[in-house]
Design a protein around this ligand. Structure first.
Ligand code: HEC
Length: 169
């Protein structure tokens, strides 16, 4: 098995294999671009975050205020004060109150100490809430307003007082 016919046979097979490989390569190329055009591009272009960034990037560098005109569009936008967070009472306690009330340091009535809390509870819940929210100077020491946690709502502090009280009577 040698000579021109053998070479021809080899050549035919070789070209056939090569042809199939080229077809597969084209298939992968067009298949991939078909999938990409349906997913990637449209998805990215319709992404609101991307759109917002584009709008942001093409903003003019400066705006001109004209006297006598409505200049509300160029008014400085002042950052709104951060929203106060709503936090469950036990979590507020664990975040700040525990620092003093956990071990009863600096004159703070200790968490769970029934005797220490009895006279305070006798003042009524409203007084306890007020003292925790506004802070106060007592005979034993200083209770700071909101225990120093100014990022949570009043309701969260009140919940922390109620939590401490419920565990201390
Ligand atoms: C820096 C220490 C400290 C932290 C933090 C602290 N307290 Fe106090 N707290 C005190 C002291 C001291 C007193 C007692 C003051 C006194 O009666 O002389 C007190 C008293 C209180 C009382 C009793 C008030 C009264 O009228 O008898 C309540 C209720 C209270 N704290 C709630 C809280 C809550 C709720 C938190 C957390 C949000 C908190 N405290 C965090 C130090 C602290």
């Amino acid at each position: 098995m040698s000579g021109p016919s053998h070479d021809n046979h080899f050549f035919d097979t070789f070209m056939l294999v090569l042809g199939i490989l080229v077809l597969i390569a084209f298939g992968i190329y067009f298949g991939a671009s078909a999938i990409a055009s349906r997913t990637q591009e449209t998805h990215v272009l319709s992404d609101p975050m991307l759109q917002a960034k584009v709008v942001d990037r093409i903003q003019p560098v400066g705006k001109v205020a004209v006297s006598g005109e409505d200049n509300s569009a160029v008014a400085e936008t002042v950052a709104a004060p951060a929203e106060l967070k709503e936090m469950p009472g036990d979590q507020v306690y664990g975040t700040v109150c525990v620092a003093c009330h956990g071990a009863g340091v600096a004159g703070a009535p200790k968490f769970g100490d029934k005797a220490a809390w009895a006279t305070r509870i006798a003042q009524g819940a409203d007084t306890l809430h007020k003292h925790a929210l506004e802070g106060y100077q007592g005979k034993a020491g200083v209770m700071p307003a909101k225990g120093g946690l100014n990022t949570v709502t009043d309701a969260s502090i009140i919940a922390a007082v109620d939590y401490m009280v419920s565990k201390s009577k």
